[in-house]
Design a protein around this ligand. Structure first.
Ligand SMILES: [Zn+2]
Length: 289
């Protein structure tokens, strides 16, 4: 098992290098970055000129790299579906060619249209087969406005070895308190399909603006949201109310990447401590097996 961390949004290669060096010093072994960190894709098409730049940037460190698909890519979109789909395929190519092992996707929310859901499923099956040829695993992540069950069912329906579940513990915790389901039970059900794991923390308080007015939600200052403990605040694991000891007892056979998805910029003085605390907790729960 490797402990990883996500790269904060950067727009300059020098800034990315600075963070990678800090993550190496703090003892992380894996790094996830957003596909839209640099303009790698234009109009759904891969901008190949970026590939050597990205590859060189990442090759300076010995991390295992994973990529997170750009925000806003929506394979349920009726507005220019083809470009959304092309962006997914270009992201797979970018991940493979830059040296990543996995591309992380968002499930978002199941729609009420069977036609949209069928197209969503078929696009992911096609994407998984394309990714397999490139040696890339696709992971799909639960979000905070949806039950975990539809995501679990979806991974089973795609039914490809390189298509796995990414359980985001922060999203699951918020969804369980907002929609009302058994949090640890959802982790138990997810465990057999788990191939990637995002961990962050929060207070379990769902911010209703997330569904009533997404643009206002996105514009709320993070400092305000953290102070009031509202919504998906991505504070470091073990800094909020998520029961990580219970979680790691359930996930005692998981051997993928444990990706700490907190805001490294905000919690910079604690990078090493956060990694050590999670590592110690995992070692502790495994020794109790
Ligand atoms: Zn996540």
């Amino acid at each position: 098992m490797k402990i990883g961390i996500n790269l904060p949004p950067v727009t300059r290669t020098e800034t990315a290098t600075k963070w990678l060096s800090e993550f190496a010093d703090a003892g992380y072994q894996a790094v996830e970055f957003d596909a839209d960190m640099f303009p790698l894709i234009t109009g759904g098409k891969l901008e190949r000129r970026w590939l050597p730049v990205l590859k060189n940037l990442l090759a300076d460190y010995s991390f295992t790299y994973t990529m997170h698909i750009g925000y806003g890519i929506d394979l349920r979109s009726d507005d220019d579906f083809d470009t959304h789909k092309n962006t997914l395929f270009s992201s797979i190519e970018a991940a493979a060619e830059s040296g990543c092992v996995l591309l992380n996707l968002h499930y978002e929310k199941k729609s009420s249209s069977s036609q949209i859901e069928e197209r969503f499923l078929n696009a992911h099956i096609e994407a998984a087969d394309f990714a397999a040829k490139m040696g890339i695993t696709l992971a799909i992540e639960n979000i905070e406005v949806e039950y975990a069950d539809p995501v679990i069912e979806f991974v089973k329906k795609v039914n490809r070895k390189n298509f796995v579940l990414n359980y985001d513990t922060g999203h699951g915790f918020l969804a369980s308190s907002f929609i009302g389901f058994d949090y640890l039970d959802s982790i138990r059900k997810s465990a057999p399909l788990l191939g990637h794991l995002h961990i962050s923390d929060n207070t379990g308080i769902f911010e209703p603006l997330r569904i009533t007015n997404r643009s206002v939600y996105d514009s709320l200052p993070m400092g305000y949201r953290i102070a009031l403990g509202r919504g998906d605040i991505h504070i470091p694991p073990l800094w909020g109310r998520i029961p990580y000891e219970e979680i790691f007892k359930i996930l005692n056979n998981y051997d993928g990447i444990v990706l700490c998805e907190f805001n490294a910029e905000l919690y910079r003085p604690f990078l090493k401590q956060i990694r050590q605390d999670i590592e110690s907790l995992i070692i502790k729960t495994r020794s109790q097996k």
